[in-house]
Design a protein around this ligand. Structure first.
Ligand code: ATP
Ligand code: MG
Length: 459
């Protein structure tokens, strides 16, 4: 007869083990219920539930937040561009809209609404996407945080990382490269986000009236910037290019910015430095911009707080004077942006955040800028936008009147040699009538009286 193995515990041993376990469980339960505060109990139960359900579930979730390590997350941007192309029969809602009157040839654009589920298929994997929104706020700030949740089977996790996400990256790249509409963004301090509208400025290098050699030089510089990613890496520089456009009002600085955006197909972030409350705020604002874009800071001399590094006390004292001169300069108790805060972004350590960025400053008064901003190498290219030259006039005449040669050009070009007139003034004169002959005669008259005035005042 087979006997029981010797090592099997006896019934009485089992009974005493059971009693010890029960006592221990009772003790743990009492500790849990009586000693731990209620909120810890809830937290621990929730965590336990999470861990248990994660172990039992066969799904895996990726979270892709809008920001990654303090700057804009390019993976988020790629998904944002890619997902609208994956809208299918299972999609329950969509955001649609258009900045133009609806017509059959310009159907509204699609965007993914918050909480809407998009199901994608890739190489036999089922991938469920949801755009989520949460609010991060305390008594100092209120920021909305957007993120994508991607659910897949646990077993597909590696394939998602190794082949699906790279597929999204390359698809998004080609979508962004051929983007039809450009956006111009302005920063909304209230909600701490960049607000965008469609950018449809008609200025192009073709319509710009400036010396042809200068135009060629700028286009060449832009082309080489875009093509030389590896060069920038190789020489240890951030892939950025800074332009300072300076010259009198109405000489085409903003038009040149629009022409650059249209040429490169880059979005524009139009920043009023005065809207940033502090250097930390400026850092947040600038790190929320995306790659392949232009950061535009117009009238940099007007943002008096960044023209020179000053203490807060000085700022507050000068605010009252500044306010009268420049309504755009905000008055507040905030410390404001300092020059060093801005320079840190131009070529300091923070300049390495982001790729393929063009930074453009414009000013009417280059002489008012702090020498630190003008130091060689800080803004790579300084472009002087001049008064109207004969070559610029010929371009404006071709654009506005459709005339490239005319006998009165000789008189006009002679007058332009001695009269200071901006391209904006010329454009205004050339738009006066749709009769080109009458326009040219009136323009000669305009230049003549301007010359007489200048002789009289000795300017
Ligand atoms: N170089 C130019 N070529 C073509 N058009 C021009 C040029 N300069 C000015 N204009 C015309 O004048 C208008 C005003 O020009 P723009 O706003 O570009 O000047 P700006 O130099 O930016 O002036 P400000 O210093 O006041 O900002 C433009 O909308 C455009 O129609
Ligand atoms: Mg301008």
């Amino acid at each position: 007869m087979a006997s029981l193995p010797e090592q099997l515990p006896s019934f009485s041993t089992l009974l005493s083990l059971y009693a010890s376990f029960s006592a221990m469980a009772m003790l743990i339960r009492t500790l849990f219920n009586e000693i731990l505060p209620k909120r810890f109990q809830t937290y621990i139960s929730a965590k336990f539930f999470d861990i248990a359900s994660a172990c039992l579930s066969s799904d895996f979730t990726f979270i892709i937040e809008e920001r990654w390590q303090a700057v804009h997350n390019e993976t988020f941007r790629a998904v944002e561009a890619y997902l609208p192309t994956r809208v299918g029969p299972s999609t329950e809602s969509l955001l649609i809209g258009s900045n133009e009157p609806l017509n059959p040839r310009a159907l509204p654009k699609q965007r993914i609404p918050v909480d809407c589920k998009i199901v994608d298929e890739f190489h036999g994997m089922r991938l469920e996407w949801t755009l989520c929104n949460s609010v991060d706020s305390n008594k100092y700030f209120h920021r909305e945080k957007r993120y994508f949740r991607l659910c897949c089977k646990k077993g597909d996790r590696d394939r998602v990382m190794k082949s699906y996400l790279p597929h999204i990256a390359s698809t998004a790249q080609s979508i962004l490269n051929r983007r039809e509409t450009l956006n111009i963004y302005t920063y909304d301090q209230e909600s701490s986000v960049w607000e965008s509208v469609v950018f449809k400025h008609p200025a192009t290098f073709e319509t710009l009236a400036m010396e042809p050699e200068l135009k060629q030089l700028i286009k060449g510089d832009l082309d080489s910037f875009v093509a030389r990613k590896d060069f920038f890496k190789g020489v240890g520089r951030a892939w950025k290019r800074g332009y300072l456009l300076y010259g009198p009002p109405g000489t085409g600085k903003s038009s040149l910015v629009a022409a650059i955006a249209n040429y490169l197909r880059y979005n524009i972030y139009d920043l009023q430095v005065q809207t940033a409350r502090s250097d930390a705020d400026l850092r947040h604002i600038l790190t929320s911009t995306t790659n392949r874009s232009i950061l535009l800071i117009e009238d940099i001399d007007c943002g008096s707080k960044v023209s020179h590094d000053r203490t807060r006390v000085q700022d507050v004292q000068e605010d009252t004077q500044d306010e009268q001169q420049s309504p755009s300069c905000i008055s507040s108790n905030d410390p404001g942006v300092t020059l060093s805060g801005l320079l840190n972004f131009l070529d300091g350590l923070w300049s390495s955040c982001g790729d393929e960025r063009i930074i453009i400053f414009t000013t009417n008064h280059k002489e008012k800028l702090d020498p630190a901003l003008l130091r060689p190498g800080r803004m790579d290219v300084h472009i002087y936008m001049d008064y109207c030259t004969p070559a610029a006039f010929r371009k404006l005449s071709a654009t506005y009147l459709g005339i490239e040669h005319h006998p009165s050009f000789v008189t006009i070009e002679n007058l332009l040699q001695c009269v200071t007139v901006t391209p904006a003034e010329v454009a205004q004169q050339l738009m006066k009538s749709d009769d080109p002959e009458a326009v040219l005669q009136s323009f000669i008259h305009f230049l003549g009286s301007k010359r007489d005035q200048e002789i009289e005042t000795g300017s």
